[in-house]
Write a protein that binds this ligand. Structure first.
Ligand code: FAD
Ligand code: NAD
Length: 476
């Protein structure tokens, strides 16, 4: 018998599972189809983010940061720890446990909200029909509304074909069972920098080969250039303008050839990670059956409300335009669920925070200085270095800065850019301020606790207004 639902969501990543829960909260009879399996072949919800993305990478970043602190920072705090070793198996087991706890948590949320989970591969058969194929059975679901949230997968490049364990993608790099002595990474994007940081902290000699001449073009140039210096000091060798044209496994090493400004180069690594971006999972989902339009890169075309050309079919998360970020997909999921039930929410695409969880962390929201220049918008800048922050000094972590950009005429906050410890948390203040349409003056007039890293945001706003207290020579 064909089961009938108000909504069928395909994909249980942060876009799909959030959409399914919100639909159920709003009283819609909801099913969620997802095909992700853990190592034992059991359904594991949360998609890329929980299984091989945000969460496992942050678990390893945390563990490796502890190791690095124990090695290099304990002594200057007067803590003597003589034998510090890495036990990769324990580190990986902890990471796996964190993942498993959280994926189980989503199952519990589905049960509590009465979302029906269908483990299997979903395919669109029509605007109201989804086929679900699992190991040995195929069934059909009928739905008044369909939300497609099938996510994305790593891009593979023919010049560096993946192997069992030598040339790997991000999932492989999250699962190394030992610290590679030398590690090559293709791509100085977010994944390259985060996973490069993990293994560098644990002892790998890391070289990142980036095709572009510019480092992190999506970040504010001042922040990106300062970050590059810090990564260099830490020993991460980031080579810009390095175009990889081959990678082969020879004598248990990966031999990588690339072209840079000096000509053809060759370098050998114990392992190579290919981290050159991700592509939307829009193949084999039956998009053509419904006549869904894909753009030239394979993303499903949607309007500002994630509606496809077919009114009752929506697409959210990594399979549609915009940054491939978990929180962006989740907000789209909530928006679609609420619009289906007659509400009129919007996603504020101009206010999506980005974070790179390296040391120092990078975080930003809104426009970069180069974007404002290019758009010919007149702006004020205020920068406050963490070196002048009492809390940062007490913590012994003074790298980086907070920078605010505000409109020269209206004073409206246009961008907030951060480099430093804990800025993944501090950036929320910039996001909230912008969501509330704050002016720079609003931030400058707000009281911040002392001593706190947040004071750097206050001082940056004061600097933009021309009267920072803790930077000499900038009074007005
Ligand atoms: P996904 O999470 O990819 O989920 C899609 C789900 O749909 C999967 O379970 C998949 O198996 C399932 N599926 C696909 N096709 C079908 C089908 N036909 N039938 C049934 N099920 C199907 N983002 C951040 O915001 N912060 C981070 O710190 C961060 N770190 C990351 C680290 C790494 C190493 C990686 C790889 C990514 C990271 N991301 C991060 C990106 C983030 O993981 C994605 O943006 C996010 O997971 C996208 O969510 P989604 O729901 O659109 O898709
Ligand atoms: P990315 O787009 O961030 O970076 C890929 C990099 O690889 C780019 O700098 C690109 O120029 C380079 N590149 C492409 N082809 C190349 C080649 N042939 N040789 C050398 N360099 C090449 O992609 P990613 O790092 O793979 O991450 C994928 C997505 O996952 C990103 O969109 C990101 O938003 C998301 N993600 C987010 C987080 C986070 O929010 N902290 C963490 C990890 C991943």
């Amino acid at each position: 018998m064909t089961e009938q639902y108000d909504v069928v969501v395909i994909g249980a990543g942060p876009a799909g599972y959030v959409a399914a829960i919100r639909c159920a909260q709003l009283g819609l009879n909801t099913a969620c189809v997802d095909d992700w399996c853990d190592a034992s072949g059991k359904s594991s919800l949360g998609g890329t983010c929980l299984n091989v993305g945000c969460i496992p990478s942050k678990a390893l970043l945390e563990s490796s940061a502890w190791y690095e602190k124990a090695q290099h920072d304990f002594a200057r705090h007067g803590i003597i720890a003589k034998t510090i070793k890495v036990d990769v198996a324990t580190m990986q087991a902890r990471k796996d446990q964190v993942v498993s706890d959280l994926t189980q948590g989503i199952k519990a949320l589905f049960a509590a909200n009465k979302v029906t989970l269908k483990h299997g591969r979903g395919k669109l058969l029509g605007p109201n029909q989804v086929e679900v194929t699992s190991k040995n059975k195929t069934s059909e679901l009928k739905a008044k509304h369909i939300i497609i949230a099938t996510g994305s997968s790593p891009v593979n490049i023919p010049v560096a074909p993946l192997t069992e364990d030598k040339i790997v993608d991000s999932s492989g790099a999250l699962a190394f069972d030992a610290v590679p002595k030398t590690l090559g990474i293709i791509g100085a994007g977010v994944i390259g920098l985060e996973l490069g940081s993990v293994w560098r902290r644990l002892g790998s000699q890391v070289t990142v080969l980036e095709a572009m001449d510019q480092f992190l073009p999506m970040a504010d140039e001042q922040i990106a250039s300062d970050a590059l210096k810090h990564y260099g000091k830490q020993g991460m060798d980031i080579q810009l303008g390095a175009k990889v044209d081959g990678a082969v496994v020879k004598n248990n090493k990966v031999e990588v050839s690339y072209q840079d400004s000096k000509g053809q180069q060759t370098i050998k690594f114990d392992k190579l990670v290919v981290a050159v971006g991700r592509k939307p999972n829009t193949q084999d989902i039956g998009a053509e059956v419904l006549g869904l339009k894909l753009d030239e890169r394979g993303f499903i075309q949607v309007d500002d409300h994630c509606q496809t050309g077919i009114p009752n079919v929506y697409a959210i998360g990594d399979i549609v335009r915009g940054p491939m970020l978990a929180h962006k997909g989740s907000e789209e999921g909530v928006m679609v669920a609420e619009r289906i039930t007659g509400h009129k929410p919007q996603v504020n695409y101009d206010n999506i925070p980005s974070v790179i969880y390296t040391e120092p962390e990078i975080a930003w929201v809104g426009k970069t200085e180069q974007e404002l220049k290019q758009a010919g918008i007149k702006y004020k800048t205020g920068v406050f270095p963490f070196a002048a922050s009492g809390r940062a000094r007490a913590a012994g972590d003074t790298n980086g800065m907070i920078k605010v950009l505000s409109d020269a005429t209206s004073d409206r906050l246009l961008g907030v850019h951060m480099l430093g410890a804990h800025v993944s948390e501090l950036i929320a203040q910039g996001v909230i301020a912008r969501e509330m349409m704050a002016s720079n003056e609003d931030l400058a007039l707000t009281m911040f606790a002392h001593p706190s890293l947040s004071e750097a945001l206050h001082e940056a706003a004061l600097a933009a207004a021309g009267h920072a207290i803790h930077i000499a020579g900038r009074k007005k």
